[in-house]
Ligand binder design. Structure first.
Ligand code: G6P
Length: 622
């Protein structure tokens, strides 16, 4: 989704702004732009496509805004502040005119925005009737014009800026420049993430702390309904009503190295390979052997003890993790559990009985639909907990209670390590809630033992990635894939198909194995390979049955099987073995070869793995 970066200080240069938004590239974008301010003037660049890949040079010289048109003929020696934006089109096609920043009529105010202004049509009509001239189809462009209009009556720019914010309906994270205060960046947040960075001689703003870490680790998360004014030597924070608010400076936990590729050709491969470590991090300090349970500091025991039902809300890969969570909670803790897409929960009519615990699962903690589901659940009166990766994210804060998965920054658009860490945390939650509800100490300990073996087992799978690469090359030209699984492996089948679709653009379907005969089996033919997930001990024979059915129809089978399952290996055209674990934990291991399969197929097809077409890492709009 859109990314925001802003800087007030002595290094206000195009390269610094570009480096900032490049760190947000992973969120997905189709166009970008920046604006610099100095000596009472603004300088604007807007482009479609890759950041900095303009005319073969890192950035075109900033061209002047329409007013004054000749500004760039005498650019000032140094700029004082700047804002930059990556756009993922919602209102209006990805064109230069629709790229941010947007300006007012006089070219004195520049605005970047993340989110959606729902009342933009009414505002635009009213501003047009007052003589404002619009040059884009975006909802965002109403903002600079609105501020320009309000400047006629408000005493100063901050007052006009805040007054404009209060007229906007929808979601926004906004940063603005005003030519007359060229060393200042104005910021506001309502529903889209905004984080400030405090460095030695500069103050920064971004929609994600990943954009700030080259400058500082000291950050301040703005809350909804708050605004900030940034100067090179500090900042003020206020409510949108103008009342001062004091905010706490926090430390970003990850380093620059964490968000760089570290020798891997793609972030996705790096993140797949990091799973032994990220699984270990999700477990760290949370296993209480003496009691055969887990310790989850961010959630009160009482809340978990009194829950009689769980309702998991999530989107995308996190929803697939949520479905595994349902099986875990029902199986280990005997708690009836439902899983909803955030959007369905929000617009459906969810029945939340008293003592239903709503669990929001989200890597980014910013997915608009999941966040809205949390808000809806709170309105209905349910207790909510978050399972998030990004510290201080909107969902984490909205829930107030929760469990961080500690996977580290996930940059590749296709989620990998966050999925396995979500499963680890859901497993810990399930064993903990199970132990509160009569699960034996012995069963608890067995489960914890199996959890503790996972990092080394994941390591073994990642080490054998070349085998998966060979299989991927063999099937990379196929147009359709099926993934079949049962019980814990049904969500894995959905996730395997999702990974392949996302990054290789091959049509893929995840199918509950017993449902094959109710329709999907009609698709089987030699050119349609089926990935059979056969690593759960309990239902392995059933998967053998599925394999026979597929082979009888001349289908190709790629099996993911338990180590030593030679019978399966003999039947299937290709087999990937995974180490033995308990059935509920199988998805944590079996998804890794599926991630690798998708990755190598996409590479073989020449796809842009880390930035797949049409997708965004963090979907902060409905
Ligand atoms: C986007 C991403 C997916 C992700 C989904 C939910 O669609 O491309 O990888 O699974 O959002 O994101 P969340 O941050 O809530 O887990």
């Amino acid at each position: 989704m859109c990314g925001i970066f802003g800087y007030a200080g002595p290094e206000a240069r195009a390269e610094v702004l570009i480096e900032g938004i490049k760190r947000l590239e992973y969120r997905g974008y189709d166009s970008w732009g920046l604006c610099l301010a100095a000596e009472d003037r603004l300088f604007l660049v807007r482009r479609v496509g890759r950041i900095g890949a303009v005319d073969g040079s890192p950035v075109n010289p900033p061209s002047a805004m329409q007013n004054p048109p000749s500004a760039m003929q005498n650019p000032p020696p140094a700029m004082q502040s700047g804002i930059a934006h990556t756009r993922w089109a919602t209102h209006g096609a990805p064109t230069e005119a629709n790229a941010h920043p947007h300006a007012d009529c006089a070219g004195r105010i520049a605005v970047i925005h993340n989110g959606i202004i729902e009342n933009h049509a009414a505002l635009r009509a009213s501003l047009q009737s007052k003589g404002h001239h619009f040059t884009s189809e975006t909802d965002t462009e109403v903002i600079p014009h609105l501020i320009e209009e309000l400047l006629k009556t408000e005493p100063d720019f901050p007052a006009a800026f805040l007054a404009a914010m209060k007229l906007l309906v929808g979601a926004y994270g906004i940063a603005a420049l005003w030519a007359e205060s060229p060393d200042t960046v104005y910021v506001a947040r309502h529903g889209s993430p905004i984080v400030l960075g405090v460095a030695k001689n500069s103050t920064l703003v971004a929609s994600d702390p990943a954009a700030l870490v080259t400058h500082t680790r000291d950050v301040i998360y703005l809350d909804d309904g708050e605004a900030a004014i940034l100067h090179p030597d500090g900042f003020e924070t206020r409510t949108l009503e103008g009342a001062p608010v004091s905010k706490q400076v926090q430390q970003v936990a990850f380093s620059l190295q964490d968000i760089e590729r570290g020798g891997f050709p793609h972030f996705m491969l790096k993140e797949i390979a990091e799973q032994p470590e990220s699984i270990r991090n999700a477990l760290r300090g949370r296993i209480v052997r003496s009691e055969g349970t887990a310790k989850l500091g961010g959630v009160e025991e009482d809340l978990l003890r009194k829950a009689r039902r769980c309702h998991i809300v999530a989107s995308g890969t996190s929803w697939n993790a949520g479905l595994v969570g349902k099986y875990l909670l029902e199986n280990l803790a005997r708690i009836p559990t439902q899983v909803s897409f955030g959007a369905e929960f929000r617009y459906g009519d969810p029945v939340l009985e008293p003592d239903t615990l709503v669990i929001a699962v989200s890597q980014s903690g910013e997915t608009a639909d999941t966040l809205a589901a949390v808000r809806e659940a709170k309105l209905i009166g349910a207790e909510t907990i978050g399972i998030c990766n990004v510290f201080g994210s909107s969902i984490a804060r909205e829930c107030g209670k929760g469990i961080y998965i500690h996977a580290g920054p996930e940059i590749g658009v296709a989620s990998t390590k966050a999925f396995t860490s979500q499963l680890v945390v859901l497993s810990l939650l399930a064993v903990h809630m199970g132990r509160m509800r009569g699960m034996s100490l012995r069963a608890g300990l067995l489960f914890l033992d199996a959890l503790e073996r996972l990092p080394a087992q994941a390591e073994q799978i990642v080490r054998e990635k070349e085998k998966v690469a060979q299989i991927a090359r063999k099937y990379a030209s196929c147009r359709d894939f099926l993934f079949v699984g049962r019980l814990y492996e049904y969500p894995t089948a959905l996730e395997g198909a999702l990974k392949l679709k996302e990054i290789s653009y091959i049509h893929a379907e995840g199918v509950q194995a017993a449902e094959m005969k109710h329709g999907p089996i009609a698709l089987i033919e030699p050119g349609v390979p089926t990935v059979v997930l056969a690593a759960q001990a309990e239902i392995r024979d059933k998967m053998l049955g599925n394999t026979h059915e597929i082979l009888a129809r001349s289908g190709k089978v790629i099996a993911v099987a338990r180590e030593g399952d030679e019978e399966m290996a003999k039947l299937a055209h290709d087999t990937i073995f995974i180490p033995k674990t308990l059935d509920p934990l199988v998805p944590i291991l079996s998804v890794i070869p599926l991630q690798l399969l998708a990755y190598f197929v996409a590479v073989e097809r020449g796809c842009d793995v880390d930035k797949p077409r049409n997708l965004a890492k963090s979907v902060t709009v409905e």
